[in-house]
Design a protein around this ligand. Structure first.
Ligand SMILES: [Zn+2]
Length: 519
């Protein structure tokens, strides 16, 4: 899920400040001297009224979903269901309930626990894929080793790990990154648990973990490293001394360890399993993947043994606080939507470009959300992405070589309705896209370029097979525009790109192509 965020560089001056304080300070800076409100000012995130919050609480998850999230017109069929953060829980579900979820393109996800064998069996028998997902952070799984002397930093006399400063997730006594004994224990736990499911006749289709602990590059872990006697012996000196070198080293270690000790064992038991973990992505020098809260460039890497990636597409307040330039950008709805569109598209797009080169069989299941207050727990002054722009964004993500989505539809205090809206938006767009299911299965992404952080051009995406294509085009300017494409070599086409977007089906013919707008 990721109410988590690896840190800013120490030089930013933000490192030792509580994230909430940072958010407040930056927000004030952005909103001073704005003058009178302009007609086109973006709305900030809409709070849920207490009456509505009470109504949702009284209705509960099932009644709310069944009454407020319409079933799709298109069948899910053999496509991957989406999974949801705020979902129906872990208890075994009756077949009709599972079908009601599949009718909305979603399914129940389970935690990796043999207590859930019956729930998994119910899903399988009702025709759903079986997908596990759960979150965890801290010094686990290093701490699974039988003795902390095997993994825990060996600090200099008098040093305590709190001296490294508070991290976004709190603090913990960090692990020596090269001491892998606990990871081997985790690997055996995964083997044992998945074997129990297999022996019960359950095929696990997806293991989409949300394990974000050590050695994810949290600043407090960098702060601890140089005070550890063992790490000073084991690690290259630049990793101890240079923040950027440390960040890249930890990012790679995080990806590699989960590949070796999570993806590897999972594939031993279920060779065809779709296995990924929080923010596992490909990055390269030619298609560098930028982080989801700022312009940090992730180091080149190809995740080992994973069969799926997990780019992160979050409309988040950290992105706003760090990257919005009030003196350069126009503060209106259209430009705020452009700002978030850039952020949400770029991770999925770069990962797709890199998968095509380095892992063409690797699938992708991004985490997505329109509204994610990472820092402030909901700050009314941070403008959000409009729901219309978010739905537009989801359409383009689907047309960029992904296989499914994980919906971070968290239930935030004060914004209790938002989890429902996230479902409504994602289900409605999946329904639209499933009308082109043969291209989802066999098509190739036609465009992975990402509009700039402020960009009045045409945003377009498409999937193409040998003789069919689907293209979505929208003008990000105030006026409609035109998109000139060569859909196949020697087959040009002109498409209107209205400000509200349009979808086109294109069929190849002997003389060129035939275009039909999808209504
Ligand atoms: Zn150490």
């Amino acid at each position: 899920m990721g109410r988590i965020e690896a840190g800013t560089a120490p030089s930013s001056g933000l490192r030792r400040v509580r994230p909430a304080v940072v958010a407040a300070a930056v927000t004030v800076a952005c909103f001073v001297d704005l003058g009178p409100a302009r007609a086109a000012d973006p709305a900030s995130v809409a709070r849920t009224t207490p009456e509505r919050a009470a109504e949702l609480a009284a209705a509960g998850w099932w009644e709310t979903v069944l009454s407020e999230v319409p079933a799709m017109e298109n069948e899910l069929g053999d496509r991957w269901p989406m999974i949801v953060w705020h979902g129906p829980g872990q208890a075994p579900l009756p077949a009709e309930r599972i079908q009601a979820l599949l009718d909305r393109g979603i399914t129940q996800n389970l935690t990796l626990d043999t207590n859930h064998i019956e729930a998994a069996r119910a899903l399988q028998e009702a025709g759903s894929k079986v997908i596990f997902m759960q979150g965890r952070a801290g010094n686990w799984p290093y701490s699974l080793a039988p003795d902390s002397s095997v993994w825990a930093h060996q600090f200099d006399e008098g040093y305590t790990y709190e001296e490294a400063g508070p991290g976004p997730l709190g603090q913990w006594h960090g692990a020596c990154p090269l001491q892998h004994a606990g990871w081997a224990v985790l690997a055996d736990q995964i083997r044992d648990t998945l074997t129990a499911f297999r022996e019960a006749g359950v095929t696990v289709d997806g293991l989409w973990m949300d394990w974000e602990g050590d050695p994810y590059p949290f600043n407090n872990l960098f702060g601890q490293l140089r005070h550890c006697r063992r790490c000073r012996r084991q690690l290259p000196p630049e990793v101890l001394e240079e923040y950027e070198a440390w960040w890249d080293f930890y990012w790679r270690a995080y990806t590699q360890l989960h590949g070796a000790y999570v993806a590897g064992p999972a594939r031993e038991i279920f060779p065809a399993i779709a296995v990924t973990n929080w923010h596992v992505v490909f990055s390269s020098r030619t298609d560098p993947l930028l982080y989801f809260v700022d312009d940090r460039v992730l180091p080149p890497l190809a995740p080992p043994l994973f069969t799926a990636t997990n780019p992160v597409a979050y409309g988040n307040d950290t992105w706003w606080n760090r990257m919005w330039r009030d003196e350069e950008y126009e503060l209106d709805r259209r430009h705020v939507d452009q700002f978030y569109m850039h952020c949400l598209l770029r991770g999925v797009s770069a990962d797709a470009a890199n998968r095509a080169a380095y892992g063409p069989q690797v699938m992708s299941f991004p985490w997505v959300t329109r509204f994610c207050p990472l820092e402030s727990g909901g700050d009314d002054a941070v403008p959000d992405m409009s729901r219309a722009a978010y739905r537009e964004c989801l359409r383009h993500l689907w047309l960029r070589d992904i296989d499914g989505m994980q919906l971070f539809n968290a239930r935030w205090d004060g914004y209790e309705e938002d989890w429902v809206r996230e479902l409504q938006d994602a289900v409605a767009v999946y329904d639209e896209i499933l009308a082109h299911r043969e291209l989802l299965a066999a098509g190739q992404a036609m465009n992975l370029t990402v509009p700039g952080v402020q960009d009045d051009g045409v945003l377009w995406s498409g999937l193409r097979s040998d003789d069919r294509a689907v293209v979505r085009a929208i003008s990000q300017a105030a006026e409609p525009a035109q998109l000139d494409l060569e859909v196949w070599p020697g087959v040009p086409v002109e498409l209107a790109a209205p400000v509200t977007g349009a979808t086109y089906r294109i069929a190849r013919t002997d003389s060129g192509c035939r275009v039909a707008e999808v209504r």
